[in-house]
Design a protein around this ligand. Structure first.
Ligand SMILES: NC(=O)C1=CN([C@@H]2O[C@H](COP(=O)(O)OP(=O)(O)OC[C@H]3O[C@@H](n4cnc5c(N)ncnc54)[C@H](O)[C@@H]3O)[C@@H](O)[C@H]2O)C=CC1
Ligand SMILES: CC(C)CC(=O)C(=O)O
Ligand SMILES: [Mg+2]
Length: 373
């Protein structure tokens, strides 16, 4: 198969984690006879520096023509620390999501037995926790009208949702909950005791639920959900929620996995799908070869699933699980015994290429690691 992929490296650690995913996609291509063609485009602070625009038209044009988009991260402290900045990297990200109508951001929360010692939770609470967050991505407070008065003393951000915006992601989430591998449970996370938008979400979800009688639905306020994710994560199967709540609770849920650097996502809608790790540009780590590339690599695996290359995706996920189980981890997972971003990427690539254990042993013993395959 041949696939055209728009690659947006972005800012901070975006380029170095995405580079690992490209290595692995190329290895998958060689192994399975696929051709992945990449078109590199700009977005974020780097795009502002080079063109004055956080999302140049050329980037959107490339995305619209491609089979999928692989994205790293955007964001730079020079904008984060300047509340008066007129143009910001994040505007590029919001605009690409809107332009490609990526209304559903799917964030699987996976736990790895090899990493459970990292969690502050008791193991029995965590063992087997596995849920998927369906985060609405093109509506809500991130997209509502923004205002600030002339004196800069009062500001507001409008949170607005329409029935069709809720319906389309709710159907996707219910259909996902019906999959054979799921536990047929959907939890709507909202703040319906306070917010009118949340009451609309509840009403619409209650109506739609009737079309999915095999899926058990429950409703949870976001403040309680934030606590339940930590104390009883196994109760969740599919979590459906609005844009900002989904953004926040998914970063929180990454603690169950062991690091924000581990979690991938896919964003889907009516056009080209986009795949990105859930983390940001982690500017403190940029260029240091210390960031965890696994969130990006697993996003590439989600892209392979989207291309219906399921065997290929499974191989990448197995490779990731293998590295974690054998202690090949970055410093966010183990502060004392760790490897660089590029070594982890290289090792996952070697696994995908099914290099002989003896070859892998030699290579990684040279790096000072003795427990191999
Ligand atoms: N999708 C995107 O492009 C996103 C961009 N941002 C932007 O990123 C910039 C930094 O934002 P932060 O709030 O610091 O969030 P962040 O996600 O970049 O980093 C938060 C913390 O998570 C950890 N972390 C994140 N990614 C990691 C990785 N791959 N490996 C190991 N540890 C990792 C680090 O401890 C880091 O300090 C800001 O400009 C923000 O606007 C934030 C979130 C998403
Ligand atoms: C930078 C924001 C616009 C987005 C974000 O935090 C996210 O999508 O996870
Ligand atoms: Mg976020």
């Amino acid at each position: 198969m041949e696939k055209n992929i728009t690659v947006i490296l972005g800012d901070g650690i975006g380029p170095e984690v995405t580079e690992q995913s490209i290595k692995i996609l190329n290895a998958i291509g060689d192994q399975f006879g696929h051709k992945f063609k990449y078109d590199y485009q700009l977005m974020g602070a780097i795009a502002i520096d080079e063109t004055g625009n956080p999302l140049p038209d050329a980037t959107i044009e490339s995305c619209l023509k491609s089979d999928a988009v692989l994205f790293g991260a955007i964001g730079h402290p020079k904008y984060d620390n300047d509340p008066n900045a007129k143009v910001r990297p994040e505007q590029g990200l919001l605009k690409i999501r809107k332009s490609l109508q990526l209304f559903a951001n799917i964030r699987p929360i996976t736990t790895y037995s090899a990493l459970q010692h990292l969690s502050p939770l008791k193991q029995e609470r965590l063992d087997g926790a596995d849920f998927v967050i369906f985060r609405e991505l093109t509506g809500g407070i991130y997209f509502g009208e923004k205002k600030i008065n002339e004196e800069k003393t009062v500001a507001s951000d409008l949170c607005e949702y329409s029935r069709p915006e809720i319906e389309r992601i709710a159907h996707l989430a219910f259909q996902y909950a019906q999959k054979p591998e799921r536990r047929k449970k959907l939890t709507l996370v909202d703040k319906a005791n306070v917010l009118e938008t949340s009451r609309l979400w509840r009403k619409v979800v209650q109506e739609i639920a009737a079309q999915y009688p095999d899926v058990k639905v429950d409703y949870m306020f976001v403040d309680n959900a934030s606590m339940q994710i930590i104390i009883n994560p196994k109760q969740f199967d599919v979590v459906l929620t609005e844009n900002m709540f989904g953004d926040i609770i998914s970063d929180e849920a990454s603690v169950l996995s062991g690091s924000l650097g581990l979690l991938p996502s896919s964003s889907v809608g009516t056009g080209t799908a986009l795949f990105e790790p859930i983390h940001g540009s982690y500017p403190q780590a940029a260029g240091k070869d210390i960031a965890n590339p696994i969130g990006s690599i697993l996003s590439a695996a989600m892209m392979l699933d989207y291309f219906e290359m399921n065997e290929e995706a499974t191989l990448v996920r197995n490779a990731v699980a293998w590295t974690l189980a054998h202690g090949f981890v970055t410093q966010d997972i183990d502060a004392e015994n760790n490897y660089g971003t590029s070594v982890i990427g290289e090792l996952i690539k070697d696994f995908v290429e099914q290099k002989l254990p003896a070859d892998i042993n030699k290579k990684y013993m040279d790096l000072g690691k003795s427990t191999i395959i």
